[in-house]
Write a protein that binds this ligand. Structure first.
Ligand SMILES: *[C@@H]1O[C@H](CO)[C@@H](O)[C@H](O)[C@H]1NC(C)=O
Ligand SMILES: *[C@@H]1O[C@H](CO)[C@@H](O)[C@H](O)[C@H]1NC(C)=O
Ligand SMILES: *[C@@H]1O[C@H](CO)[C@@H](O)[C@H](O)[C@H]1NC(C)=O
Length: 816
């Protein structure tokens, strides 16, 4: 009952004292004693009067040597005061140390009395006193809570400890007011409950004061600081300072040039805030050109920046934090052009070689100029060197036509090295040049040109066939076959025959050969033309005239026309017996086909029957009597006359002249016979010839006389030019008296007759077309056709006509 009372009034000393005294007063306690005491009583504090409680008086009590024994080594918590018989506290009684958390704490003490020995057990019920404060194990509780923690998450906290028991132990907790946490306490645990989410970036750490309160009276409390560290969750992506970074970069910037620095910040910390920079989706090319520093965000050049390749870059830079949150920014890099590309000249087309006859202004090539730089750096001017017959004409952008400015002449300049220079307008300007080689193709535009305007060649007659006459040469400056000269004779006729039968020309060398031997007497000079032709197509040619002069060689002996050759007995001159000295008897007529000195004839009497009787004129061939004819002179006189020319060596011919000194032909009978017998047939022809000639002459004379009388002394018709040379003297050069011109002179055949009177000097002219020429042939036939020299006389003078007529009649009579 006491115990119950005690428990019910624990901690209330007044109530306790009352109960205590009740118990003492009641004669209840036998044997064992029991006391209830609060813990932590001071030493000497009286627990109870054991003497009394045991019913002993104090004397006996002390005599019996009452004492407190403790079992073994245990502490004796109390002692007996012998004077009072009180049980007093001798040692500190700490309930917590003796009993811990046991709800009832009883300290047993043995009270020993001697004489007789009595043992009384005293039970001390130690009552708890609120002498301990609630205590946390540490002063500060460190907690790390991730900011990503969700609402309602619970975080346990170690409870506070109070050594006291019961009401004196921890009864409740209080959490300092805060934004994030509330406290949840239940029977066995204390927890922080997250009510609002944490944000590390706002508040990195939170200090919470937690107070534990016990139930004692007065309350005791203990506190702890809960230090909550908000752990970072990677909830912040890096943020670039700019969304777009722009930079200008000159091209050809060397590697390691810093273009721009990008920068991103991450509100997270640690790994979560470690920003690294990368390029995001970059082409392979750009990757090799730029790099971004992982840590610093410097964008650097790593390759060759060529404006002409790429003029601007757009890249995305990624900023990434440690756990992989990323953000992006754009980097725009504009490359600035530098004048680093010289212009290039491309020959797009070229007609090479160019024919030299292209008209000025003809397009012969197309030039293209390219400069990879831009703007001014890429604007190109194109020039061509001066002094060439070409120019550049701008056509569509950056294209130029190469055109000729004036006419080309391969023969002057056959090759051109045209230097085309292109310069851009950058600063400094760049330029380049190209040499275009052009050759001029030949056109057959030059005819061969003879070195001389005309050629003349001199050649002696009777040359050997094949001998070289002369050589011509022509030049043609054209190229190859266009300039290859071939010589040929132009077809023409020389003296009625093709020129090629006289001459040949070497086609390659231009050397002209005589094909046959020339005869001065046939022609003295002639002209022909040689053509020089080149081998082009069409060929060009030019002609040159070559005059050939044939010089005379004394190859013709004089020909005696009258008297005819020796042996013809009937050529007899009658000399009147009454002829006085110096009278003209006859005349030797000779011709020489040569010319000049070679035809200058002289006459000599080499033998005479009577050398003193007749004399011959050296030059005219006139035979005259030297003295009067005497009766004693022989009737028949015979003269042998030599005719010599003046050539070196001189050639000569002789003839016999029969002279009959008589007044009557009948006195010469043998002449008659011979003529009759030998010439009976001839006589017939002669008669016919004479009749016709007589008729012709009569008619002619009538016409002449008629003309003469009607027109009063008209000049001589066609004989003017003919009768020019005085008898007896032949000038050395008398060719070409024929007025009709050139080649005909070659055909001239001059015959000089000398007769007794000057008026009978004749010159025989045969027409160009008259083929009477080959002198030797004609003269050899002379006996038949020139039986009478007068027959050849077609153009006598007026008096001569009458004489001629008379003579003809005389000859006619003679034959009969
Ligand atoms: C052009 O150039 C070529 C080669 O360099 C050279 O052989 C030739 O002589 C030059 N021609 C002229 C006309 O300069
Ligand atoms: C000669 O000239 C002609 C045009 O007249 C030309 O066609 C030809 O090619 C030239 N020959 C040479 C070898 O140059
Ligand atoms: C040369 O003569 C020939 C023939 O008479 C003629 O066809 C040609 O045209 C002449 N050439 C010249 C350049 O006179």
């Amino acid at each position: 009952l006491l115990s119950i009372c005690y428990w019910r009034h624990r901690g209330d000393p007044l109530i306790f004292s009352v109960l205590f005294f009740v118990s003492i007063l009641t004669p209840f306690v036998i044997g064992d004693l029991s006391y209830s005491i609060p813990e932590e009583l001071k030493r000497g504090s009286i627990i109870g009067n054991v003497a009394k409680d045991l019913g002993q008086d104090l004397n006996t009590f002390s005599l019996r040597k009452a004492r407190v024994d403790s079992e073994g080594n245990r502490k004796r918590y109390c002692d007996v005061n012998m004077n009072t018989g009180d049980l007093i506290i001798s040692d500190r009684i700490d309930r917590e140390s003796i009993c811990g958390k046991k709800p009832s704490c009883i300290v047993k003490v043995d009270l020993v009395l001697e004489n007789p020995l009595e043992l009384h057990r005293v039970s001390l019920h130690v009552q708890d006193v609120n002498d301990n404060i609630p205590k946390f194990r540490v002063n500060k509780i460190e907690m790390e809570i991730r900011e990503s923690s969700e609402r309602g998450n619970r975080f346990s906290i170690e409870e506070a400890h109070d050594a006291d028991i019961g009401q004196n132990a921890v009864q409740r907790y209080m959490l300092e007011k805060n934004d994030n946490f509330i406290l949840s306490v239940d029977s066995n645990k204390v927890e922080l409950v997250l009510e609002n989410k944490l944000d590390r970036e706002k508040q990195r750490e939170i200090n919470l004061l937690l107070t534990a309160l016990d139930g004692g009276s007065p309350h005791k409390s203990g506190t702890v600081v809960i230090h909550v560290t908000v752990l970072d969750a990677n909830d912040n992506a890096p943020v670039f300072t700019q969304a777009v970074y722009k930079a200008n970069l000159p091209e050809n910037s060397p590697p390691e040039t810093i273009v721009i620095t990008v920068s991103a910040s991450d509100a997270d910390e640690g790994v979560n805030g470690d920003v690294t920079y990368h390029f995001a989706h970059l082409s392979d090319q750009d990757i090799s050109l730029f790099s971004v520093d992982l840590k610093t965000g410097q964008v650097k050049v790593t390759g060759v920046i060529d404006f002409e390749e790429i003029s601007s870059f757009e890249m995305k830079v990624q900023a990434k934090d440690g756990l992989g949150l990323t953000s992006y920014a754009k980097v725009l890099i504009d490359v600035n052009d530098l004048n680093d590309n010289p212009p290039y000249i491309y020959v797009k087309s070229l007609s090479n070689p160019i024919p030299e006859n292209v008209s000025p202004g003809a397009e012969i090539g197309i030039i293209n100029v390219q400069d990879r730089d831009s703007d001014k750096n890429g604007q190109v001017r194109c020039n061509i060197q001066e002094n060439v017959p070409f120019k550049l004409v701008p056509s569509i952008k950056n294209y130029y036509s190469l055109v000729t400015t004036w006419e080309l002449d391969r023969e002057l300049v056959s090759n051109y090295n045209i230097t085309i220079t292109a310069t851009d307008e950058g600063s400094p300007p760049l330029s380049s040049s190209k040499i275009v080689q052009l050759s001029v193709a030949d056109i057959n535009d030059n005819p061969p040109v003879f070195e001389e305007q005309s050629y003349s060649a001199h050649m002696s007659e009777n040359n050997k066939p094949g001998s070289t006459l002369c050589s011509v040469s022509a030049r043609d400056p054209d190229w190859r076959q266009n300039g290859t000269v071939i010589y040929s004779l132009l077809p023409a006729e020389v003296n009625g025959a093709s020129v090629s039968s006289y001459l040949s020309v070497n086609g390659d060398t231009g050397v002209i050969h005589a094909v046959r031997s020339f005869d001065y007497e046939q022609f003295r000079s002639f002209k022909f033309q040689v053509m020089a032709r080149d081998n082009g197509s069409p060929p060009l040619s030019s002609n040159v005239t070559i005059s050939v002069f044939i010089s005379d060689v004394n190859d013709n002996s004089p020909q005696i026309l009258y008297p005819t050759l020796e042996g013809s007995s009937f050529m007899t001159e009658l000399v009147p017996k009454a002829a006085h000295g110096g009278s003209l008897v006859s005349k030797v007529i000779a011709v020489d086909a040569d010319s000049g000195q070679n035809a200058w004839l002289s006459y000599h009497i080499v033998k005479a029957t009577d050398p003193g009787l007749f004399v011959i004129d050296l030059h005219s061939g006139e035979i005259r009597t030297q003295r009067d004819i005497l009766e004693s002179d022989s009737m028949k006189q015979n003269l042998i006359v030599a005719v010599k020319d003046n050539g070196q060596p001189s050639l000569s011919a002789t003839c016999s002249m029969y002279l009959l000194i008589s007044d009557n032909l009948a006195e010469v009978p043998e002449l008659k016979d011979v003529s009759y017998e030998k010439n009976s047939k001839l006589t017939f022809y002669l008669i016919v010839a004479l009749v016709s000639v007589s008729t012709f002459f009569l008619t002619f004379i009538i016409i002449i006389l008629g003309l003469r009388f009607c027109r009063r002394r008209k000049p001589r018709l066609f004989f003017d030019g003919a009768v020019t040379i005085p008898g007896g003297y032949l000038p050395p050069n008398y060719a070409d008296v024929d007025g009709t011109g050139t080649l005909c002179s070659a055909y001239n055949y001059d015959t000089y007759l000398t007769s007794g009177s000057r008026t009978s000097d004749f010159k025989f002219i045969s027409s160009c077309n008259d083929n009477t020429l080959p002198a030797d042939q004609t003269l050899n036939k002379a006996p038949a056709e020139f039986a009478d020299p007068f027959e050849a006389l077609e153009a006598p003078g007026e008096v001569g006509y009458l004489c001629l007529f008379w003579d003809l009649i005389r000859i006619f009579c003679l034959f009969h």
